[in-house]
Design a protein around this ligand. Structure first.
Ligand code: PRP
Ligand code: ADE
Length: 184
Protein backbone atom coordinates (compact mmCIF):
# COMPACT_ATOMS: atom_id res chain seq x y z
CA UNK A 1 0.00 0.00 0.00
CA UNK A 2 1.52 3.33 -0.98
CA UNK A 3 1.74 6.15 1.54
CA UNK A 4 4.20 7.86 3.85
CA UNK A 5 6.19 5.44 5.98
CA UNK A 6 7.55 6.19 9.43
CA UNK A 7 11.33 6.84 9.44
CA UNK A 8 11.74 3.53 11.32
CA UNK A 9 10.23 1.76 8.31
CA UNK A 10 12.18 3.52 5.57
CA UNK A 11 14.80 1.21 4.10
CA UNK A 12 13.36 -1.87 5.84
CA UNK A 13 12.41 -4.11 2.94
CA UNK A 14 10.62 -6.59 5.23
CA UNK A 15 8.38 -3.89 6.66
CA UNK A 16 7.69 -2.28 3.31
CA UNK A 17 6.69 -5.69 1.97
CA UNK A 18 4.48 -6.31 5.02
CA UNK A 19 2.65 -3.00 4.70
CA UNK A 20 2.18 -3.66 1.01
CA UNK A 21 -0.04 -6.62 1.95
CA UNK A 22 -2.78 -4.32 3.34
CA UNK A 23 -5.60 -4.25 0.81
CA UNK A 24 -8.46 -1.89 -0.03
CA UNK A 25 -12.01 -3.24 0.10
CA UNK A 26 -14.49 -0.72 -1.35
CA UNK A 27 -17.91 -0.20 0.22
CA UNK A 28 -17.28 -2.16 3.42
CA UNK A 29 -18.88 -2.22 5.93
CA UNK A 30 -21.16 0.27 4.20
CA UNK A 31 -21.31 2.10 0.86
CA UNK A 32 -18.74 4.86 0.51
CA UNK A 33 -16.22 3.44 3.00
CA UNK A 34 -12.88 2.26 1.61
CA UNK A 35 -11.96 -0.44 4.12
CA UNK A 36 -8.27 -1.07 4.81
CA UNK A 37 -8.03 -4.81 5.39
CA UNK A 38 -4.97 -6.08 7.25
CA UNK A 39 -5.98 -9.76 6.97
CA UNK A 40 -3.35 -10.64 4.32
CA UNK A 41 -0.66 -9.05 6.49
CA UNK A 42 -1.78 -10.98 9.57
CA UNK A 43 -1.82 -14.22 7.58
CA UNK A 44 1.84 -13.85 6.59
CA UNK A 45 4.24 -14.96 9.31
CA UNK A 46 7.20 -12.82 8.31
CA UNK A 47 4.98 -9.78 7.79
CA UNK A 48 3.21 -9.98 11.12
CA UNK A 49 6.49 -10.49 12.94
CA UNK A 50 8.07 -7.49 11.21
CA UNK A 51 5.09 -5.26 11.99
CA UNK A 52 4.70 -6.34 15.62
CA UNK A 53 8.44 -5.98 16.27
CA UNK A 54 8.38 -2.49 14.70
CA UNK A 55 5.43 -1.43 16.88
CA UNK A 56 7.18 -2.82 19.96
CA UNK A 57 10.36 -0.92 19.06
CA UNK A 58 8.58 2.40 18.40
CA UNK A 59 7.09 2.55 21.88
CA UNK A 60 9.20 4.19 24.56
CA UNK A 61 10.94 2.33 27.40
CA UNK A 62 8.53 3.84 29.94
CA UNK A 63 5.61 1.68 28.79
CA UNK A 64 4.64 -0.89 31.42
CA UNK A 65 1.31 -2.18 30.12
CA UNK A 66 -0.32 -2.72 26.72
CA UNK A 67 -4.03 -2.04 26.20
CA UNK A 68 -5.35 -3.74 23.06
CA UNK A 69 -8.62 -2.82 21.31
CA UNK A 70 -11.18 -5.34 20.08
CA UNK A 71 -10.91 -6.95 17.68
CA UNK A 72 -7.94 -6.53 15.38
CA UNK A 73 -6.05 -4.62 18.03
CA UNK A 74 -5.98 -7.82 20.09
CA UNK A 75 -3.89 -9.60 17.47
CA UNK A 76 -1.29 -6.87 17.35
CA UNK A 77 -1.39 -5.86 21.00
CA UNK A 78 -0.80 -9.41 22.20
CA UNK A 79 2.29 -9.57 20.00
CA UNK A 80 3.59 -6.22 21.21
CA UNK A 81 3.08 -7.30 24.82
CA UNK A 82 4.94 -10.54 24.18
CA UNK A 83 7.78 -8.77 22.37
CA UNK A 84 8.24 -6.33 25.23
CA UNK A 85 7.53 -8.74 28.07
CA UNK A 86 4.48 -6.70 29.13
CA UNK A 87 0.97 -7.61 30.19
CA UNK A 88 -1.96 -6.97 27.88
CA UNK A 89 -5.40 -5.67 28.88
CA UNK A 90 -8.21 -6.17 26.37
CA UNK A 91 -10.69 -3.32 25.85
CA UNK A 92 -13.86 -5.09 24.72
CA UNK A 93 -17.17 -4.51 23.02
CA UNK A 94 -20.09 -4.69 25.49
CA UNK A 95 -21.33 -7.85 27.15
CA UNK A 96 -18.07 -9.80 26.95
CA UNK A 97 -16.37 -8.96 30.21
CA UNK A 98 -17.50 -10.52 33.47
CA UNK A 99 -16.33 -7.55 35.54
CA UNK A 100 -16.30 -4.03 34.11
CA UNK A 101 -14.41 -1.05 35.50
CA UNK A 102 -15.60 1.59 33.03
CA UNK A 103 -17.71 1.81 29.90
CA UNK A 104 -17.77 4.44 27.13
CA UNK A 105 -19.89 5.03 24.00
CA UNK A 106 -18.20 6.53 20.95
CA UNK A 107 -18.44 7.13 17.20
CA UNK A 108 -16.12 5.76 14.55
CA UNK A 109 -15.90 6.23 10.79
CA UNK A 110 -18.87 3.98 10.07
CA UNK A 111 -21.05 3.90 13.14
CA UNK A 112 -21.28 3.94 16.89
CA UNK A 113 -19.87 1.49 19.40
CA UNK A 114 -19.24 0.89 23.08
CA UNK A 115 -16.06 -0.19 24.83
CA UNK A 116 -15.54 -1.65 28.27
CA UNK A 117 -12.40 -1.89 30.39
CA UNK A 118 -12.06 -4.92 32.67
CA UNK A 119 -12.15 -4.33 36.42
CA UNK A 120 -9.07 -4.58 38.63
CA UNK A 121 -6.42 -5.26 36.00
CA UNK A 122 -5.19 -1.74 35.22
CA UNK A 123 -3.44 -0.30 38.26
CA UNK A 124 -3.59 3.43 38.89
CA UNK A 125 -0.34 4.92 37.63
CA UNK A 126 0.15 2.31 34.90
CA UNK A 127 2.00 3.74 31.90
CA UNK A 128 0.02 2.41 29.00
CA UNK A 129 0.57 1.87 25.27
CA UNK A 130 -2.80 1.57 23.47
CA UNK A 131 -2.58 -0.68 20.37
CA UNK A 132 -4.95 -0.97 17.42
CA UNK A 133 -4.70 -1.66 13.70
CA UNK A 134 -6.11 1.48 12.07
CA UNK A 135 -6.50 5.12 13.12
CA UNK A 136 -9.30 6.72 11.09
CA UNK A 137 -11.46 9.41 12.77
CA UNK A 138 -9.76 8.65 16.06
CA UNK A 139 -13.06 8.07 17.86
CA UNK A 140 -12.08 4.55 18.85
CA UNK A 141 -8.62 5.49 20.10
CA UNK A 142 -9.87 8.57 21.94
CA UNK A 143 -12.49 6.47 23.75
CA UNK A 144 -9.91 3.86 24.71
CA UNK A 145 -7.56 6.53 26.09
CA UNK A 146 -10.43 7.98 28.10
CA UNK A 147 -11.13 4.55 29.62
CA UNK A 148 -7.47 4.11 30.60
CA UNK A 149 -7.44 7.54 32.20
CA UNK A 150 -10.69 6.95 34.08
CA UNK A 151 -8.97 3.95 35.66
CA UNK A 152 -6.04 6.13 36.73
CA UNK A 153 -3.63 5.01 34.01
CA UNK A 154 -1.42 7.31 31.97
CA UNK A 155 -1.45 6.89 28.19
CA UNK A 156 2.21 7.26 27.25
CA UNK A 157 1.63 6.30 23.61
CA UNK A 158 -0.84 5.02 21.08
CA UNK A 159 0.29 2.70 18.31
CA UNK A 160 -1.38 1.69 15.04
CA UNK A 161 -0.16 0.09 11.84
CA UNK A 162 -2.03 2.42 9.52
CA UNK A 163 -3.27 6.01 9.81
CA UNK A 164 -5.89 7.39 7.42
CA UNK A 165 -4.77 11.01 7.51
CA UNK A 166 -7.79 12.53 5.77
CA UNK A 167 -10.08 11.38 8.57
CA UNK A 168 -8.33 13.53 11.15
CA UNK A 169 -7.57 11.04 13.91
CA UNK A 170 -4.22 12.59 14.73
CA UNK A 171 -5.81 16.02 15.29
CA UNK A 172 -8.32 14.42 17.61
CA UNK A 173 -5.47 12.86 19.57
CA UNK A 174 -3.55 16.14 19.75
CA UNK A 175 -1.07 16.12 22.59
CA UNK A 176 -0.77 12.36 22.58
CA UNK A 177 2.26 10.41 21.43
CA UNK A 178 0.96 8.73 18.25
CA UNK A 179 3.02 6.00 16.54
CA UNK A 180 2.12 4.76 13.08
CA UNK A 181 4.03 2.67 10.57
CA UNK A 182 2.23 3.91 7.47
CA UNK A 183 0.13 7.00 6.75
CA UNK A 184 -2.13 7.13 3.69
O1 PRP B 1 -10.58 5.87 14.09
P1 PRP B 1 -11.96 5.31 14.03
O2 PRP B 1 -12.83 6.04 13.04
O3 PRP B 1 -12.59 5.25 15.37
O4 PRP B 1 -11.86 3.83 13.46
C1 PRP B 1 -10.84 2.92 13.79
C2 PRP B 1 -11.40 1.64 14.32
O5 PRP B 1 -12.28 1.01 13.36
C3 PRP B 1 -11.94 -0.35 13.23
O6 PRP B 1 -12.56 -1.12 14.20
P2 PRP B 1 -14.00 -1.78 14.10
O7 PRP B 1 -14.94 -0.97 14.95
O8 PRP B 1 -14.36 -2.02 12.68
O9 PRP B 1 -13.81 -3.10 14.94
P3 PRP B 1 -13.19 -4.53 14.79
O10 PRP B 1 -11.70 -4.38 14.99
O11 PRP B 1 -13.83 -5.21 15.95
O12 PRP B 1 -13.56 -5.09 13.45
C4 PRP B 1 -10.45 -0.36 13.50
O13 PRP B 1 -10.00 -1.64 13.88
C5 PRP B 1 -10.30 0.65 14.59
O14 PRP B 1 -10.49 0.06 15.87
N1 ADE C 1 -11.55 2.72 6.37
C1 ADE C 1 -11.24 1.89 7.38
N2 ADE C 1 -10.56 0.75 7.14
C2 ADE C 1 -10.28 -0.08 8.17
N3 ADE C 1 -10.61 0.16 9.42
C3 ADE C 1 -11.28 1.28 9.68
N4 ADE C 1 -11.75 1.79 10.83
C4 ADE C 1 -12.37 2.93 10.56
N5 ADE C 1 -12.30 3.22 9.27
C5 ADE C 1 -11.63 2.18 8.69
Amino acid sequence: MTGVVDPSVAGRADLVRALDLIRDIPDFPQPGVLFKDISPLLADGAAVRAVVDAMAAQAGPEVDLVVALEARGFLLGAGVGYARGLGVVPVRKPGKLPAVAHRIDFQLEYGTATFELPADVLSPGARVLVVDDVLATGGTMEAACELVERAGGTVVGVSVVLELAALGGRRRLAGRNVHTLLTV
